[in-house]
Design a protein. Structure first.
Length: 459
């Protein structure tokens, strides 16, 4: 089906739970998987891996999204698959059985491609799978079944290569885990849903789309948006949890709150996130305006005024200035910032469909053809008070601070049994909780920056 080409789910681990029809389906499949030549331990793992495949495929069926999988041996020896306790032989055996028995459809992955003529690299793609009509018929009879995420640590620390690394608990991590557990307990006690219909109507065809990958024939004109829209309003359930991710092997870097559990509300288009319901009640999203820039000015003893992204004229350049200013704060040099902006433009041009803000950015780039080095110089002139933070790698420090502010907001709301979904510098609550959220956001900001305030807007 056409919609399965987009927005993949990652293969994940889940609790199996007690469900008679699903167990019967698993038993029937298990009896059909060829087990000859496998070691006893491998045969024992086949059932567990089959269950994981079924849970992942059920979510693919439920959310109308494919599941991205990798069959490379190194994925099972270290990294995410290793952390999920997946084993290559039973994983591959179950995948092969599901494919050959007609239980799944699949789109094979392809290797990265580069063209020496234009020096542009195109990333590869992993294999994607989704239920066949045969398996969908089985899933249709499962009623209100919904899997639960497997328990895992809500604190993640990654090295400079962005790989998860082990760490020893200390007073800080134990306190942090306690806070996150209290937040997750509240989230697990409420019912969350969102309108999944018309998700592609919230995306726009990318007029700058460029993909000359030899193995990819997908173009925007090949897939009309009208064919991807579900005709009726369909609310789908999700089970949010949160985790905190630190960077560079250092608890002083990063620390932002990310989605966990089932359902990624943070990557939804904002217009779709506005359809989220908590306990069947509509929601509102409040946003710290110019969050990082406001914090930097406060650090310099200055109250920010006006829109910092309009400081470099003309106003039509604002989408570019905003992305560049945030990129400059994360970069370690002007050259790194310029290269990052070039890569961001190329990355967006490879997507057949774009969110509204990304399309605005590309259109502004096309209209102004910015010279990144010159624009960075103009940014320094426009913001002399915070120029020293440019190309300093301050972004990770700012993430550490904004995560503390948002975590304080979530903890205080959780103490009142108010479920709140964080989206980095904004948060979603039931509409009648708006005043409580605004109060906690203001207090959390002023706790770290006494005497200063950051504008809070409804998105």
């Amino acid at each position: 089906m056409t919609e399965f080409l987009f927005h993949s789910l990652l293969f994940d681990s889940f609790r199996w739970g007690e469900h008679r029809e699903l167990q019967e389906l698993s038993n029937r499949m298990l009896a059909e998987i060829p087990g000859g030549g496998f070691k006893r331990k491998t045969v024992e793992k086949l059932e567990n891996h089959l269950r994981l495949f079924l849970c992942n495929l059920y979510l693919a069926y439920y959310y109308r999204k494919p599941v991205a999988i990798s069959l490379k041996a190194e994925r099972f020896s270290h990294g995410r698959y290793h952390d999920l306790h997946l084993k290559r032989i039973p994983f591959t055996a179950v995948y092969k059985y599901l494919r050959e028995a007609g239980w799944i459809e699949y789109k094979p992955g392809y290797k990265p491609f580069s063209s020496e003529e234009n020096e542009v690299d195109f990333p590869g793609s992993v294999t994607r799978i989704w239920p066949s009509s045969k398996l969908e018929a089985e899933f249709a009879g499962l009623g209100n079944y919904f899997p639960e995420s497997a328990e895992r640590d809500c604190i993640v620390i990654r090295d400079e290569g962005k790989k998860d690394i082990p760490f020893e608990d200390n007073d800080f991590t134990m306190f942090l885990r306690s806070e996150l557990s209290s937040i997750n307990r509240v989230l697990s006690s409420h019912y969350f849903s969102y309108n999944s219909s018309g998700v592609f109507s919230r995306l726009s065809v990318n007029p700058f789309f460029h993909n000359n990958h030899s193995n990819s024939s997908c173009t925007p004109s090949d897939i009309p948006l009208s064919s991807l829209r579900e005709p009726n309003e369909i609310f789908r359930r999700f089970r949010p949890q949160v985790k905190v991710v630190f960077s560079n092997g250092d608890f002083a870097c990063g620390g932002r709150i990310y989605h966990a559990g089932i359902g990624d509300w943070q990557s939804m288009p904002q217009s779709q996130r506005a359809t989220i319901r908590i306990d069947n009640c509509r929601t509102v999203e409040l946003d710290f305006s110019s969050f990082h820039i406001s914090m930097l000015y406060a650090l310099e003893g200055r109250q920010i005024s006006g829109d910092p992204y309009n400081a470099v004229p003309p106003t039509s350049l604002r989408p570019v200035v905003k992305k560049l200013l945030l990129t400059v704060l994360n970069a370690s040099s002007t050259g790194e910032a310029a290269n990052s902006m070039t890569n961001q433009v190329l990355s967006l041009k490879r997507r057949p469909f774009l969110k509204a803000r990304d399309l605005k950015f590309l259109r502004a780039c096309d209209a102004h053809r910015p010279d990144w080095h010159d624009l960075i110089s103009r940014l320094k002139e426009a913001h002399p008070a915070i120029e020293k933070y440019f190309c300093s790698g301050a972004g990770l420090y700012l993430q550490r601070v904004d995560s503390e502010i948002m975590r304080n907001v979530l903890v205080r709301l959780a103490a009142e049994n108010i479920p709140c979904l964080p989206v980095h510098d904004s948060a979603v609550v039931q509409y009648f909780r708006e005043a409580a959220l605004r109060r906690e956001m203001e207090q959390a900001y002023q706790k770290l920056f006494p005497g200063f305030h950051c504008k809070i807007e409804r998105k």
